[in-house]
Design a protein. Structure first.
Length: 132
């Protein structure tokens, strides 16, 4: 009897491990697919963020890496960022020296966001792409 319980426990643990590994693999691949680098296209970005639906997974999320790496550069004025990417979700954040854009809720319950930090002269100091 104890041996059968041990066997079934082992089988259940093996199944649980397989499910966990499968979910982890899916999540990683989904993240890579989501943030597959696409070149920044201002019209598509503005169209995808125009809904201002913070829960939807926006199409512009695929451009986020290109925006961080190639479009928004340190030293760029905040006004130029807003011209390129549109106004932030919370306009008062510019006074707090950051401009944030929601990329929606694309992976389970994790929020993605693009935050541009500004120096005291309202120029870009850092661009952060985050998964919460």
């Amino acid at each position: 009897m104890n041996r059968r319980i041990g066997i079934w426990t082992g089988v259940l643990l093996a199944c649980a491990g397989a499910v966990w590994l499968g979910a982890d693999y899916y999540r990683r691949n989904r993240t890579e697919e989501l943030f597959k680098q696409e070149r920044f296209d201002r019209d598509r970005w503005l169209a995808s963020t125009a809904t201002r639906d913070p829960v939807a997974c926006i199409a512009g999320a695929r451009m986020a890496e290109d925006i961080r790496s190639n479009v928004i550069k340190p030293g760029m004025p905040a006004s130029e960022v807003v011209t390129l990417l549109g106004g932030p979700l919370v306009p008062q954040m510019i006074q707090e020296r950051r401009i944030s854009y929601s990329l929606g809720m694309c992976l389970y319950s994790e929020w993605q966001g693009l935050t541009i930090y500004l120096d005291p002269s309202n120029r870009v100091s850092k661009v952060d792409l985050r998964l919460k």
